[in-house]
Design a protein around this ligand. Sequence first.
Ligand SMILES: Nc1ncnc2c1ncn2[C@@H]1O[C@H](COP(=O)(O)OP(=O)(O)O)[C@@H](O)[C@H]1O
Ligand SMILES: O=P(O)(O)OC[C@H]1O[C@](O)(COP(=O)(O)O)[C@@H](O)[C@@H]1O
Length: 323
Amino acid sequence: MIVTLTLNPSLDRTIEIARLTRGSMTRATATRLDPGGKGVNVSRALAAHGVPTLAVVPCGGPEGEQLTELLKLEGIDVGAVPVSGRTRSNVSLVEPDGTVTKVNEPGGSLRQEDLERVDEAVLSAAVDADWVVASGSLPPGVPDTFYGRLGRQLNELGVRFAVDTSGTALAEALEAGPALVKPNRDELAETVGFRIDTVADAIRAAEAMRAAGAEAVLASLGADGAVLVGERGARWGESPVDRGRSAVGAGDAMLAGYLAAGTSGSEPLVEALSWGAAAVRFPGSRMPGPSDVDRARVRVHPTPDLLRPLSGPHHEHGMEQIR
Ligand SMILES: Nc1ncnc2c1ncn2[C@@H]1O[C@H](COP(=O)(O)OP(=O)(O)O)[C@@H](O)[C@H]1O
Ligand SMILES: O=P(O)(O)OC[C@H]1O[C@](O)(COP(=O)(O)O)[C@@H](O)[C@@H]1O
C-alpha cells in the first residue's frame, strides 16, 4: 500500500476560457472540479491503476467535506483528519493554446493539535505501507521542519519516504535522507542555487540533492521529460505529447507511476514518463488510468545528451510548449 499525505489539499476548479484579459469579464467555455493537492493526485493516479493507496488529508469546512466526497466517488480510501481551518480552493484558467494561469490559495491554518492528529494518522497507516509520500506546500501554521521530522520517524519504522515539495520544507526534508524526491525544474534550481538550462545541469543538481541526503532524485523537466539519478547513475528519458490539454497534476501522475513500478516490477522511469505524459493529455488535473498510458512513446536515452538545452524558460506549468 502507498500512503500519501497532502497537508494542504484543495478543490481544483479548472475554467476554460477563449482568452484571458486582465480587468474584464470573461465567460467560461467549460469547467471541471477535481479533488486536488499533490498527494491527493498521486493517490488518484494509483487508485485509477488499481494500486492500493490511502490519502491522508486534513479537511475543514464545507470544502473539506466536498473534497472527501469527490475522493470517495473516485473510489479512494481517505484518511480524513477533521481540522478547524477551511480546505482551500485553487483555480486554473486555461486558454485554447494551452496557456494555464493558476491561482493557489494559501490554505487554512493547521494548529499544533491538528498536526499531532495528522502525524498519528500517517504513522498508524505507515505500518502496512511500502511508501509514504508527502507532497505539496505547507499551509500556514506548519513549520518548515514538518516533512523532515516525519521522514526521520518513518526511517525509524523502516518505511520508505518520498517527498515532493519546495523551498525550505524541501531542504529540511533532504536532511532526513528520503528514499526519493521529485523536484521539477524550478524546485531543482531553487534548491541548488544555479540555473537548470541543460540536461547536464539537471543531473548535476540532482547529484547535489543526493549529496544533501536524498537516495534517489526523479527530476521532472516538463516537455523535456525527466532525469532519474540514484545509486545506479543518471538516466534521462522523454515521452512526447502532440496535443496536450493541461500539465496541472502531471508531476503527481509521474510520481505515482514511479512508485507503482515498485509494486508491479516494471521499469520505474518508463512508468513515470508514460503516466506523466498521459496526464498532460487530459483537461484539468484528471489522472490517467491503465488504458491512457502509452509506454511505447517513451524514449529512455542510454547515454544522456548532456548538452541538450531544455526548452523554454523556467516555468510552473509550461503549457505554452504544447500546441
Ligand atoms: N509539455 C509536455 N510534454 C510532454 N510531457 C510533459 C509535458 N509537461 C509535463 N510533462 C510530463 O509530466 C512530467 C511532470 O511535469 P513537470 O511540469 O516537470 O512537473 P510538475 O507538474 O511537478 O511541475 C514531466 O516530467 C513529463 O514527463
Ligand atoms: O501545494 P501546492 O504547491 O500549492 O500545489 C497544489 C496544486 O498542485 C496540484 O496538485 C498540481 O500539481 P502540479 O501542477 O505541480 O503537478 C494541484 O492539484 C493543486 O492545486
